[in-house]
Design a protein around this ligand. Structure first.
Ligand code: ADP
Ligand code: MG
Length: 620
């Protein structure tokens, strides 16, 4: 794994830049005289569309030119590459699905094909970063080597790695990856003195992130994160596209679906109309000559209509937002501030929804599509030693732990624990003389291991043979500042400490988190009951083993009391076995209790028979 380079630069003139590598737009900022400012690109714009286009002759364009030429060159223009960065599946899922993963590696899933060439998402992202780097170098008049890049809060390990890799390909050392909402709050946070709870609502072109943060004394703590990696402005545009296609067909007999160019043009018309509807209650959409065969085809779209056809998309933000608030344990009324991030938060319906849920007029004096880059630059300033008294604390969105006997999920790090963090728990052997122990590392909120997501599985070999329950195995979980999980296991009985490490991300894709949280809520009762049943079963087994050991060690005994107690206990084990076969929790629990009392009685009887003098005349 690659570790972050946190060491501040010793060359005082080196500038570490902050980059918001967005799905739709990217932006660069840096610290100038103690303030974070945007670096305009060669075109003089603050935002660079995250679009790459290729000419027939291998020339390529990045940014605004690539976006505007898209209508004429739709098949060789690449949009929203960020949605394809890394794999959204866990390493385990890939392993289980070897065939399709080989296919993926051979390039059928994530790569994009332009003409007879294919490009990986990392390569395309690197082209965007290269332009950002070159434009910044031209503007600042110096070489840029290092950068802080922001990623959606839910980017998993593979997606984070891909982002770092893109930086490397572009000649940038990525000194830190920062979650976008965290960066945004950094941009807003510097002028805040007292503790504040803040909700960051980020709706961009392709992703929705909502985070609850607490700020105080220069410390930013992310209390909870939630969202959806497949929800954004693109979805709104798509609805308008569908509406335009239908209405232009019905009202003007024009087919906007006729070819790729027409489709791309319609998309641009839709996005522009959407933006105008942010300020105006209605807008005219006029077809360019290419689409209208010289006629003047136009129609009016109202904001009301736009809101109606996109209402369900807007509503999809409610659940993640409420979930984040309840996870953070914060009543919306207790929120001090709501920060808007992402170009889409300019849309009135989105603002109204934020207000409806939080009861607060959202805060947006920093441009919502620049605020992430501005925050990234502040984090870069911290790492470069230019900004002091600011620390970032993130949280892990799902619990992490291991599988224990009976397919139970035992949590070691609970969800919403601030990271970086290190936690350990002591475990023991489930069988006599076990020399190999499987460590099944899981992530999720369900009580049973198979219902959670496997991050990895590894084995601790050469464990000192011990009777069941006597080995002492310590399992360590450690999440670093980049959200990477390391797991080690140690057999404490041995002189030499054995340590095995796995690495995975603590940030699964948003849909996994969503599904997991929804299921854990829905199944909470039945899960709890299942867990109690399994735990009662394990307790019953332990009691039976203890009874058998006592009776076995006892040998032939002439003592009547001991014999009676032993018979009772043996009857008790049979009762527990029956109850376990029956499976009903109440029955197992009550049989366990009876057997437990019988075992105690037997133990006392044996002791009394073995040491009659002690029992009758205790030493004063
Ligand atoms: P990302 O984080 O995905 O790169 P941005 O924060 O740049 O995205 O937001 C891009 C989205 O915001 C696009 O869908 C764009 O159409 C939308 N957007 C930008 N400005 C406006 C506006 N004034 N009104 C409505 N939508 C806007
Ligand atoms: Mg963004």
């Amino acid at each position: 794994m690659d570790t972050p380079t946190d060491t501040p630069t010793d060359a005082p003139t080196e500038t570490i830049i902050g980059i918001d590598l967005g799905t739709t737009n990217s932006a660069v900022a840096y610290m100038k005289d103690g303030e974070s400012v945007i670096v305009p690109n060669m075109e003089g714009d603050a935002l660079t569309p995250s679009v790459v286009a290729f000419a027939e002759d291998d020339r390529r364009w990045v940014g605004r030119i690539a976006k505007t030429q898209a209508v004429a060159n739709p098949r060789r223009t690449i949009f929203s590459i960020k949605r394809r960065m890394g794999s959204t599946r866990t390493a385990r899922e890939e392993l289980l699905d070897v065939v399709s993963s080989i296919k993926r590696r051979m390039g059928t899933e994530n790569v994009v094909t332009v003409g007879n060439r294919t490009y990986t998402p990392v390569e395309i992202s690197a082209m965007i970063l290269e332009k950002l780097k070159a434009d910044t170098e031209a503007y600042l008049g110096k070489t840029i080597k290092r950068a802080v890049i922001t990623v959606p809060a839910y980017f998993n390990d593979s997606q984070r790695r891909a982002t770092r890799e893109a930086g490397a390909v572009a000649g940038l050392e990525v000194v830190r990856l920062v979650n976008e909402p965290t960066a945004a709050s950094l941009a807003y946070g510097l002028d805040i003195e007292k503790v504040h709870s803040i909700l960051v609502w980020d709706l961009g072109g392709g992703t929705f992130d909502v985070s609850v943060l607490e700020l105080g004394d220069g410390v930013f703590e992310v209390k909870a994160v939630n969202g959806n990696t497949k929800l954004g402005g693109d979805d709104y545009d798509q609805r308008l596209v569908e509406m335009l296609i239908e209405r232009f067909r019905d009202e003007w007999d024009v087919d906007l679906n006729q070819d790729a160019t027409a489709k791309r043009m319609t998309r641009q018309l839709a996005e522009q109309a959407k933006m105008r509807l942010t300020d105006d209650a209605e807008t005219r959409v006029v077809l360019p000559a290419y689409l209208s065969e010289g006629r003047r085809c136009a129609l009016t779209v109202t904001r009301d209509a736009f809101e109606q056809i996109t209402a369900d998309i807007t509503e999809r933000m409610v659940a993640p937002a409420e979930c984040a608030l309840s996870d953070a344990g914060i009543d919306p009324i207790a929120l001090d501030r709501v920060v808007l991030v992402g170009g889409m938060t300019r849309v009135p319906a989105v603002r109204a929804l934020v207000k409806r849920i939080t009861g607060i007029d959202p805060y947006g004096h920093i441009d919502p599509d620049k605020v992430v880059a501005l925050g990234a630059a502040i984090q870069a300033g911290v790492l470069a030693g230019q900004v002091h008294n600011v620390t970032l604390v993130d949280v892990t969105p799902l619990s992490l732990g291991i599988e224990t006997k009976g397919e139970l999920f035992t949590r070691i790090i609970h969800r919403n624990t601030p990271i970086p963090t290190t936690k350990s728990k002591l475990f023991t052997n489930a069988e006599d003389d076990q020399t190999v122990v499987e460590i099944h590392v899981l992530q999720g909120e369900r009580e049973l291991a198979p219902d959670n997501v496997t991050l990895d599985k590894f084995y601790l070999h050469d464990v000192e043979p011990q009777p069941r329950g006597e080995a002492r195995l310590e399992v360590w979980f450690d999440i670093d500042a980049n959200g990477m999980v390391h797991v080690s296991a140690v057999d404490l009985q041995q002189d030499t400490v054995k340590r095995i490490r796995i690495e995975a991300a603590c940030q699964p894709p948003a849909d996994v988190v969503e599904r997991m949280l929804a299921q854990s809520q829905e199944k909470m009762e039945s899960d709890q009951r299942k867990r109690q049943e399994i735990e009662a079963g394990i307790r019953g087994e332990n009691l039976i083993l203890a009874t058998e050991k006592l009776v076995g060690d006892m040998g032939e005994t002439p003592d009547e009391k001991v014999r009676q107690a032993a018979e009772a206990a043996e009857h008790g084990t049979a009762q527990v076995r029956d109850a376990m076969a029956d499976g009903r929790l109440e029955r197992i629990t009550s049989a366990n209790e009876t057997l437990e009392a019988q075992v105690k009685k037997l133990d006392l009887a044996i002791k009394a028979a073995a040491a009659p003098i002690m029992a009758q005349e205790p030493v004063a």
